[in-house]
Design a protein around this ligand. Structure first.
Ligand code: NI
Length: 429
């Protein structure tokens, strides 16, 4: 009599750990199926009403209303238009943050869908179309879906889930602060401080149903480079009477290319120095006084990032000096490296494998994401959610930021289940 009772008790105790997690997992999948159409409708609504960075007023209102409807504590006006939601579970546990970015791009939509954007606005004093050409509309809809799923199991949630709806991932308008950096500055990660942070990005690089992830450095640090080369103006027929900053600038540009290819250890990580603009002179036969150049620096390793900066200054200044010119180098640091905590990525991987049709261990990319500002404060994992239609090859599919960027909405549910499931996993222990 005693033995069966003991066995029953023991089973009961074991149920509370492993099986409870499995049961939450099953509930997440069922609830995600129920909210799927709502998530798609929400994505289309936001898609049709895109807003640029720090101007996401309608989007923020929609998010706040939805969170309040779900009984989630809601704070608006964080970093201009950001919204933070706090869902306190019925059981004790840790704090996990989930993030979605909210802003659209100055791109005129060319996708033939009934909910295509017709929005227009002024950007950098130019009239432009506005489009969710990077899929942040899908991110917001997915995170609202995950919020609904998790709110539905609040009594059984072991801990607190924080929802970070972030403006201006693509950068704030001229002269304004914004994005994840400002959210951190304004305390989005305080009271309560998360133990872990997760986010995803839709991409046409991977087919719908796929999750791609990578431990360690996943996306690059981005820094802006400005160089002013000063020579001495003279007639184009008598260059020896001056110092030609155009020739010096060409030497500097070529010299800079040897930094990623010849001066830093490219077997550790790739890096890039690109000069994207060069301006100098007004006429065919006048050598100007000076040349201005701007460019971008991408790196995937923290030490290498500092080393590249030092070598850029040295290369530019000393090439200029060799010709009797000067080079004034300014490097403005931008987004840090998106760095996925290796142990956490390893723990999240089985969840991705269970939920996705396919998982890919992805290469790092030299694009950047300001999710890294959250990861500087709290360890976290950022991952790719495939939204490319299955009948398209990667070459056929329009990339993020294209006026033809297309999101296969059948992939959104996997976004909801994966975010909700990693949250639940990391709440415990
Ligand atoms: Ni994006």
């Amino acid at each position: 009599m005693l033995r069966p009772l003991l066995a029953l008790l023991l089973t009961g105790v074991l149920m509370t750990t492993a099986e409870a997690a499995t049961s939450l997992d099953r509930r997440i999948q069922e609830a995600a199926l129920k909210v799927e159409q709502k998530v798609i409708a929400c994505r289309r609504d936001i898609h049709q009403n895109p807003e640029l960075g720090n101007r996401e007023f309608r989007t923020a209102k929609l998010i706040a209303e939805k969170l309040k409807e779900l009984g989630i504590e809601t704070k608006t006006g964080v970093a201009h238009t950001g919204v933070v939601g706090i869902l306190r579970g019925g059981k004790p546990g840790r704090v996990v943050a989930l993030r979605a970015d909210m802003d659209a791009l100055p791109v005129t939509e060319e996708v033939k869908v009934p909910f295509a954007s017709k929005a227009r606005t002024t950007y950098n004093d130019q009239e432009v179309g506005v489009m969710h050409a990077c899929g942040h509309d899908a991110h917001v809809a997915i995170l609202l879906g995950a919020a609904e799923v998790l709110a539905g199991m609040r009594a059984d949630l072991p801990g607190t889930v924080k929802f970070l709806f972030q403006p201006a991932e693509e950068g704030a308008p001229k002269g304004e602060e914004g994005g994840a950096e400002l959210m951190v500055k304004e305390g989005a990660l305080d009271n309560p401080k998360p133990d872990a942070v997760f986010g995803l990005h839709v991409t046409s690089r991977f087919p719908v149903g796929t999750i791609a992830y990578k431990p360690g450095s996943m996306m690059a640090a981005v820094d802006t480079l400005t160089i002013q080369v000063r020579g001495k103006q003279t007639h184009g027929a008598y260059p020896w009477l001056g110092v030609d900053p155009i020739v010096v600038s060409s030497q500097i540009i070529l010299g800079l290319q040897t930094i990623p290819s010849r001066q830093v250890d490219s077997s550790v990580a790739p890096s890039i120095v690109t000069i994207g603009m060069i301006r100098g002179g007004v006429r065919n036969n006048i050598i100007p006084d000076s040349v201005d150049m701007i460019g971008t620096i991408r790196s995937l390793d923290k030490n290498m990032r500092d080393e590249i900066h030092t070598r850029i200054r040295r290369t530019a200044e000393q090439i200029a000096a060799s010709a009797g010119a000067t080079a004034a180098v300014t490097i403005e640091t931008g987004y840090p490296i998106v760095y996925n905590d290796p142990a956490m990525t390893e723990r999240a991987a089985p969840i991705f494998k269970r939920l996705a049709e396919a998982t890919v261990l992805a290469n790092a990319v030299l694009g950047a994401e300001d999710f890294s500002f959250f990861q500087e404060k709290v360890p976290g994992v950022f991952y790719w959610l495939g939204t490319r239609p299955k009948n398209e090859t990667p070459e056929q599919a329009a990339s993020n930021h294209s006026p033809l960027f297309y999101v296969d909405e059948s992939g959104l549910r996997l976004g909801v289940t994966s975010l909700a499931s990693v949250a639940v996993e990391f709440l415990s222990k």
